[in-house]
Design a protein around this ligand. Structure first.
Ligand code: SF4
Length: 333
């Protein structure tokens, strides 16, 4: 397999001022890989750490520990944490500038991610300039024109400001900006959740076409399984900072292993009434616990209908239970 990106035991904790302890444990020991050219969907409720994971992979947040490998190079490595929460071992953290070109992000809220004082042409041009991708002014103008055409906008749009556009058009600008540097890998961080339902599928189709044409690799983050299951080759499910299940999209939908994934799937409407009847809606009790003080053992045990005493004590191992299908649950052992 041609693996583009590998994440091993990645943790991201945010220190909280005036408190002791590790702080917000937003990403807890996540391991996964992404194949070149695939779309890996990542789902979970808001606050489950999926956005933090996406940003930590790009090192927009500095990881707390673990290892990230891009292609053949380790771009971040820091030993595991000891009992006091202090990372052990030597730290490797490469200069990210060359990787900023290869690894891009498309944000959830296009209006907040575009500088309101810059024209669309300046926004896209800035990315071209940082990475010195145009040899002349004429070439720069040409690249901007091509990018706008690619996302369904036209040359005149280059002189307008973000507020003059609809949400869908703003997201197209965000996509053009990400594409400007000819990336290989894009974190799509809930790119359609802020958009009208009527234009969501247009943006998704555009992302899919671009992937095919340019050979892009996506990490596609969404809170809704119904969005990612159509476009993802594989899907990862996160709960309270942990990756609880990962598998081929079809397999995970047909044969979910983890109780939390079953809950998420039970909320997705099924057109076939027979299947719909068989798949009972599971509603979880209680709120998602605070990542500052996560439950011991399996982080899902406070809400899991199958929890036993063991679940309160021991962290379930993230294991491969069928070829390419991983999950972390004691029930499966
Ligand atoms: Fe539920 Fe226990 Fe499995 Fe966690 S390990 S998902 S609490 S059964």
């Amino acid at each position: 397999d041609d693996i583009l990106l590998r994440v091993e035991n990645l943790k991201k904790y945010f220190k909280v001022k005036g408190t002791r302890g590790p702080g917000v444990q937003a990403v807890e020991d996540v391991s996964l890989f992404i194949r070149r050219g695939e779309t890996l969907g990542l789902v979970g409720e808001s606050g489950c750490g999926k956005t933090t994971l996406g940003r930590t992979i790009l090192r927009l947040h500095e990881p707390t520990s673990g290892r990230i490998t891009y292609g053949n190079e380790v771009i971040y490595e820091r030993g595991m944490l000891d009992e006091k929460g202090v990372p052990t071992g030597k730290k490797t953290a490469v200069n990210m500038l060359p990787y900023r070109r290869k690894m891009q992000i498309i944000f959830q809220d296009p209006s907040a991610s575009l500088d309101p004082r810059m024209t669309v042409g300046e926004i896209i041009g800035e990315a071209i300039d940082i990475h010195k991708l145009a040899k002349s002014k004429a070439e720069r103008t040409e690249i901007i024109k091509d990018l706008l055409a690619r996302v369904g906008l036209n040359t005149e749009h280059a002189n307008r400001y973000p507020h003059e556009f609809s949400g869908g058009q703003q997201q197209r600008v965000g996509i053009a900006r990400a594409l400007a540097v000819k990336p290989e890998f894009i974190v799509c961080d809930e790119p359609i959740s802020a958009l009208d339902v009527s234009i969501q599928s247009q943006v998704v189709n555009m992302l899919e076409d671009m992937q095919e044409e340019l050979g892009l690799t996506y990490l596609f983050i969404a809170h809704d399984l119904s969005v990612v299951r159509h476009i993802s080759d594989r899907i990862g499910v996160m709960y309270l900072g942990s990756l609880v299940e990962l598998g081929e999209s079809y397999e995970l939908n047909k044969n979910p292993l983890h109780p939390y994934t079953k809950t998420l799937l039970s909320a997705v409407p099924v057109p076939d009434p027979e299947v719909s009847k068989a798949r009972q809606r599971i509603v979880l009790e209680g709120d998602i616990p605070s990542p500052m003080n996560p439950p011991t053992g399996c982080r899902f045990h406070t809400r899991c209908p199958y929890a036993t005493d063991k679940c309160k004590e021991a962290v379930p191992e993230f294991k491969e239970h069928a070829p390419g299908h991983w999950a972390a649950c004691h029930l499966l052992d």
